[in-house]
Design a binder for this molecule. Structure first.
Ligand SMILES: [Zn+2]
Ligand SMILES: [Zn+2]
Length: 589
């Protein structure tokens, strides 16, 4: 029934433009003298004007003479408008005679008065034709429509409201048709005119509220058929920065996996996988103050659930949806949020924000510093070989391509001709193995077997079968471990990591949600190396690094089985077990 496209508030831009048809026209006094004279002169297209006096209007309208009924603002046109039962408002709206200081109703009354002076028999015409053909008497309802809108806005704090109306499509079309036929050129359409009338009434009642055409806080759309108001309440946006000081808290609310948020025994009816989230710790205290329906959280990137976020904190914008209140004491709110969060989260720098800042926050690639702590364990030669196995660089991140020279150079690269990034990377990195299967041993010559048993330090006497038996029993050779690096080497390797461009194949832990690609990321800075010995006598290393947005930091340390190269692990030839990772700071805003 309704035509969304046509009725959407964005199309309402012109509704505030009052009709100015009739401004500056000079023939007012002419027709005011009495229309009979004018009608007597069949000068314009009004040759049949006299005929429309005979009371057979309806027939005339439908007859072939229809084009010859003159349009307003000619006196005959006005008379016709009166005759067909046009209400005062519509008479003023489409009559083309509205003076600057008149309302359309006043202009309509003026037209009617002058017509009735010559044709008093039209005095009761509205009783005979009680339904205005233009507005179907909607103008009579404008007080009521304004009341309905006023009441619906009542619960909301607002300074800027935009009004709109929804009409049945056929009513709009019919009005348009008769307005174009009988009304003065340039007259306001019914929707524009009626909304302006409602705006005029509301203007007197709404204190401190501006009726606007852009940047509204609420758009009120009244349906003239059902007399209902649809409110589009724009969100309130608040900017801030958060520090997350406790591990195990996700950034955004995480619904329970079992019940998807409905609440079940697994989640203690909370509907949450994790009771706390940065979003809820900040948003829940705010939602009460704003009287909002819900909140939505937009962070400048995010940290993993087990990663803390320190330093000056991560910028975010939180959105309060359908708020009743739009202005609160943000400083007090911040104090309350921090108190309620009991140190899990601390927020700072809270201020008002807007929708476009959400886009900025989401699109800013935040360069970050991280603090990471890991434990040193011995690394075998075989593990080392895996950490350093060649990386297939034909799978470099597609997003990095198309950057000038790099692209040209890449075009000639072997195995890259079809730009095929769907080809899977090998899932296991192959290294030379010393242990051989029985079949492989059987296939070997005796001389080769003798060489092998010698290298394994076994007896080289006996038949081929005896030698194979010996080798099989000995099992794979004991792995050879590298000696753990000295503290000096560790410090030097960490220092030299600054400026290195890493090749990072998508880590296995995120491979299910990210394309399997190799990304190049730069480490800009490393600092604050601390080396301790823990209770078990193992060495633990902690340092800070600043790197490009999107760097996988834990992988930069442990090497992810050769998926990140180089890594601290491959450089110091020791296994690096990451103990924790923190975002030390975010270098943005
Ligand atoms: Zn009307
Ligand atoms: Zn549940």
């Amino acid at each position: 029934m309704s035509d969304k496209q046509q009725d959407s508030p964005d199309d309402e831009e012109d509704w505030m433009k009052y009709a100015n048809a009739g401004f500056g026209q000079t023939d007012y006094s002419l027709w005011d003298e009495g229309e009979a004279k004018v009608e007597a002169q069949p000068s314009k297209a009004s040759g049949l004007a006299n005929n429309i006096d005979d009371g057979d209007m309806e027939d005339d309208q439908l007859s072939t003479h229809v084009e010859e009924i003159p349009r307003a603002p000619s006196p005959a046109g006005h008379k016709h408008l009166v005759r067909i039962g046009t209400c005062d408002h519509c008479l003023g709206r489409v009559g083309g005679k509205k003076m600057f200081d008149q309302t359309i109703e006043q202009a309509g009354i003026a037209i009617r008065t002058s017509i009735l002076r010559g044709d008093s028999h039209l005095e009761k015409i509205r009783e005979d034709n009680p339904l205005c053909p233009f507005c179907e008497n909607l103008y009579q309802e404008s007080e009521l429509l304004a009341d309905i809108i006023f009441d619906s806005l009542h619960p909301y704090e607002l300074k800027r409201v935009q009004l709109g109306a929804r009409f049945p499509k056929d009513q709009m079309e019919n009005e348009e048709e008769i307005r174009k036929r009988f009304g003065a050129g340039g007259s306001d359409a019914l929707k524009t005119g009626l909304v302006a009338e409602i705006a005029k009434i509301l203007n007197q009642r709404l204190e401190g509220v501006k009726i606007v055409n852009d940047k509204p806080q609420i758009v009120a759309l009244i349906d003239v058929l059902t007399l209902t108001v649809e409110l589009d309440i724009r969100s309130v946006y608040i900017y801030g920065r958060y520090q997350k000081l406790e591990r195990g808290i996700p950034q955004t609310r995480w619904p329970c996996r079992a019940c998807k948020g409905r609440g079940c025994s697994r989640c203690n009816e909370t509907g949450l996988q994790y009771l706390k989230s940065v979003q809820d710790l900040i948003g829940n205290p705010l939602i009460e103050r704003f009287g909002a329906v819900e909140h939505s959280f937009h962070g400048m990137g995010r940290e993993d659930i087990d990663v803390r976020c320190m330093g000056s904190g991560r910028p975010f914008v939180i959105e309060m949806k359908s708020p009743k209140v739009r202005t609160i004491d943000l400083v007090q709110a911040m104090v309350d949020i921090n108190e309620t969060a009991q140190g899990s989260v601390i927020i700072t720098s809270m201020r008002e924000s807007n929708r476009s800042e959400v886009v900025r926050i989401k699109e800013t690639p935040a360069e970050k510093s991280y603090a990471i702590r890991f434990k040193l364990l011995p690394l075998s030669e075989e593990e080392f070989a895996i950490l350093c196995a060649p990386v297939d660089l034909t799978h470099v991140d597609v997003q990095e391509r198309g950057k000038g020279k790099r692209n040209k150079r890449r075009k000639n690269r072997r195995g890259d001709k079809s730009d095929d990034h769907t080809k899977p990377l090998p899932s296991v990195i192959e290294t030379e193995t010393v242990a051989a299967s029985e079949d492989e041993l059987l296939a070997m010559k005796k001389s080769e077997l003798v060489e092998l048993v010698t290298s394994l330090g076994l007896s080289k006497t006996g038949t081929k079968a005896v030698l194979i038996e010996q080798i099989m029993q000995a099992g794979p050779p004991a792995p050879t471990y590298f000696e753990l690096p000295t503290n000096e080497i560790i410090r030097e390797v960490v220092r030299n990591l600054a400026g290195v461009k890493l090749a990072q194949r998508t880590p296995e832990r995120v491979a299910h949600r990210r394309a399997d690609l190799i990304r190049r990321r730069v480490v800009y800075e490393t600092s604050d190396v601390i080396i301790d010995i823990n209770e078990d006598g193992e060495r633990e290393v902690e340092f800070t690094l600043r790197c490009e947005s999107g760097t996988y930091v834990k992988e930069t340390v442990h090497g992810d089985n050769g998926r990140t190269q180089p890594s601290i692990s491959s450089l110091i030839k020791a296994k690096c077990d990451v103990i924790w990772l923190d975002v030390a700071d975010i270098h943005a805003d």
